[in-house]
Design a binder for this molecule. Sequence first.
Ligand code: EPZ
Length: 415
Amino acid sequence: MDSLKIDGGVPLKGAISVSGAKNAALPLIAAGLVTDGTLQLRNVPDLVDTGSMEVLLRNHGMDVERTDDRLVIGGSATNFDAPYDLVRKMRASILVLGPLLARYGQARVSLPGGCAIGTRPVDLHIRAMQAFGAIVELADGYIQARAPGGLTGARVVFPMVSVGATENAMIAATLAKGTSELVNAAREPEISDLAECLIAMGARITGHGTDTVTIEGVDSLGGATHDVIPDRIEAGTFAIAAAITGGELTLKNARARHLDSLFEVLRRCGIIIDETDDGIRVAADGGIGSADITTDPFPGFPTDLQAQFMALMCLADGSSRISETVFENRFMHVPELMRMGADIQVDGGIAMVRGKPSLTPAPVMATDLRASVSLVLAALATEGTSEVSRIYHLDRGYSDLEAKLGQCGARMYRV
Ligand code: EPZ
C-alpha cells in the first residue's frame, strides 16, 4: 500500500502541462463500442481508471491498442457482460450500457455498488434505456438489458442533472430509430467533448453543452480521430496548489473557459490569475482571503474541486462555508485535514472552515480520489514531513503527480 512522504512549506514555481481529461476519456473509450470503424483517441491520460476501461473493452472482445497517449479501438464486441470484478473497480464502467444496447441490442452490466463518496445509484441510466425501449431487469446484482428490435428515440427528462446518465443516453440515442431529446442534460465540457467525437463518427447531435440535447438516430457510426480535452479538474488542482503554497505556476494546455467558476472564487481570495499565450499563470503572494462556495453541476463550482478548495480555506484569513450539494458524503477529507490541525465543523452537507495561519504535519489517509489530493495540497503547504497513505486513490485520477509537482519544487516521494 503506497504512501507519499511530503516535506512541505516550499512555494511551487514553474510550469505544468495538464494531461487529457479522465472524465472525458472514460466515456470516449466506452463510445468505441458503438462504431463499425476504428476510433482513434489522442491525449488520453495514462491512469488506473483509463486502464480499467481499456481492460473492460478488451473483455467485451474489442481490439484496444495503446501507444503513448493514443488509443486505437476497433473490431466488434463478442461478449456483452461487464463483470462485477471489473465494474467494482471503476463505477464509470456503467458507461458501456448505452453503447452495447445501441450497437448490439443487449448488455449485462454489474451494478457498480457504492463508493466512498456516496451510494451513487444508476437509476437514471436505467430509466433512460427503458425510455428508448430497452427491457431492463435487475437480477443477481446485474443490470440485464435487451433491445432485440433496436432502440427507439424518445424524449428523456432527467429529474436531476447526471453527467454519466447524460453520456449513456447520448451515446445510446445516436443509433436509436428516430429523434431523441435529453432534457435537463448535464452541460459539463466532457459532455460536449463526447458529442463532438460522436459527431465526427457520423452522429447527428445538437444542443450539447446546454441543458437540452437533441440526437437524430443514424443507422451506423464510422471511425474518427479525436483529441481528448485537457483535464479541468487536474488544472484546477494545480491552480490551488500554487495558491496554497504561496507560489506561482503556469498551467499549459488548460482551458480557462472550463474553470471560470473556480477562477472567480480564487480571484476573490486574492489569487492572481492571468491568461497568457503560454498558459494560465496562477500566483499567490499576498495571503489567502476566504470565500464561501456551493458545488453545482457545470458551469457551477465543480464538486470534484471541493476537497481541494477546502484545503486552501484551512489556511485562509477568515471563515468559509462550503456546501456540497452533488454527493451526500463527500467530506471524507475533513477528519484527515483536522489531523493536521484544520478547524472544520461539518453539519450535513455544509462544512464551516475557520482559516488558520498554518497547519501541522501529520500522517493522514486518503479515502477517495479528490480527498487524497486535498491532503497532498495541505501537506505541500505545511512545514515539516507529512505522509499520505493509500495513495492508490490518487493514481486513479492523476498521472505523474510527483513528477509534475516535483519539477516545480515540491519535495514529495513515494514510499
Ligand atoms: C461524474 O460522475 C464524474 N465521473 C465524477 O467525477 C463527478 O464528481 C460527477 O460526474 C459530478 O460532476 C466521471 O465522469 C467518470 P452524476 P457521475 O451522475 O456521472 C446522482 C472524479 O472524482 N445520481 O453527475 O457518476 C449521484 O448519486 C469523479 O473524477 C443518481 O441519483 O455523477 C450524484 O449524487 C467522482 N442516479 C448526482 O446524481 C443516477 O442514475 C450526480 O451524479 C446517477 C446519478
